[in-house]
Design a binder for this molecule. Sequence first.
Ligand SMILES: [Zn+2]
Length: 425
Amino acid sequence: MAKTAELSRVCVDGRRLYRSLAELARVGAYRDEATALRGVNRLALTEADGRGRRLVVGWFRRAGLHVAVDRIGNVYARREGAEPALAPVLFGSHIDSVPTAGAFDGCLGVLGALEVVRTLGENRIRTRRPLVIGFFTEEEGCRFGTDMLGSAVATGRIPLAKAYALRDRAGLAVVDELRKIGFLGPRDVRAVRPHAYVECHIEQGPILRRRGAEIGVVSGVQAISWREVLFEGRAAHAGTTPMDLRADAGLAAARLMVEVRRLAESDGRGAGLRGTVGSLRLEPNMVNVVGGRATCTVDLRHPSDARLAGAERRLDSFLRRLGRQDGVGVTWRQTARTPYVPFDERVQAAVARAADRLGLRAEAIVSGAGHDAQEWSRLCKTAMIFVPGEYDGISHNPRELSTPKQCADGANVLLEVVRELAEEP
Ligand SMILES: [Zn+2]
């Protein structure tokens, strides 16, 4: 067995990887009206997700992997190592999608991992540690309301019973939907104890392209704060109620929207505060009635926990002032809060070295979105590899596109990093 520094150079088959991505994208394909393109809709645990899972599992088996399914439907495909008792290197992502997806989000991490294993097989390369490819249930959170569900259960953040009881809008429960598509597996959800976890993923943003970088070395996932804010005013006649006697909940919501934008802009450009009011519900929502109630959400994100907390405090005092100014009741509750998740510096360094050996320009980047990797980082050393996307990295949209070269670059870096980690004692 070669030493880490002397690993023989092999490369993935980029065309085969791209063909696999295209073939998986045909499962759950639909005609997207907004873009006039073919999109992908493989919402978690639907019939389409079941078909996509069976296609990928078939590919795993043909590549000689041993496939196991756990009780939350996570799929693990194992390639034996020279020392089977050592903890495996785990790498993968997800194949469920939002309802308006492209072909790359999550799938690149899973099919890139498959391509790594195919390449090792063809070149008769045996690693010291076992390799395990994983794909995880309901990463998107679109159907059952909790993102990274499968990896959160596997790493112990969410109890299995709680995950089973989650329901979609039609009232269907996770456990029943798992059974229906044939992926309610027998394996213990805590069975895999990895030596390290690596995930290759599209960036889903414009930064790498704009900096002319070919590979992103992901340093961590930014902190996220979600709130739901309720304004209670007084519904009243639009014609007979003088302006100074109104308690207009809609006006207060509008002021909040403007303030969130102002807060974000005052934090500077680039990797500063991101602020979004993405949902607004007015009641009674009529042309001739002053808004009596307004419910809206605030999504704040920052790479610094301290500065995110600072933004939350400024928002709190703004909301208290708003109540006095507009004569409306203001209440809010925190609906989600995750701290900044830093990735392991040794694995980041391995990603940077691999890119360097392959002659690819790499840049450090903070992930703006959540990923399975942040869950696994609680159990083992973890990092991510980003590849850029066209059209400013648009994602969760059928226009999502990374080129064959961008995808192959990501898979080649993944191959190098996984080989290096798999030789570690
Ligand atoms: Zn994803």
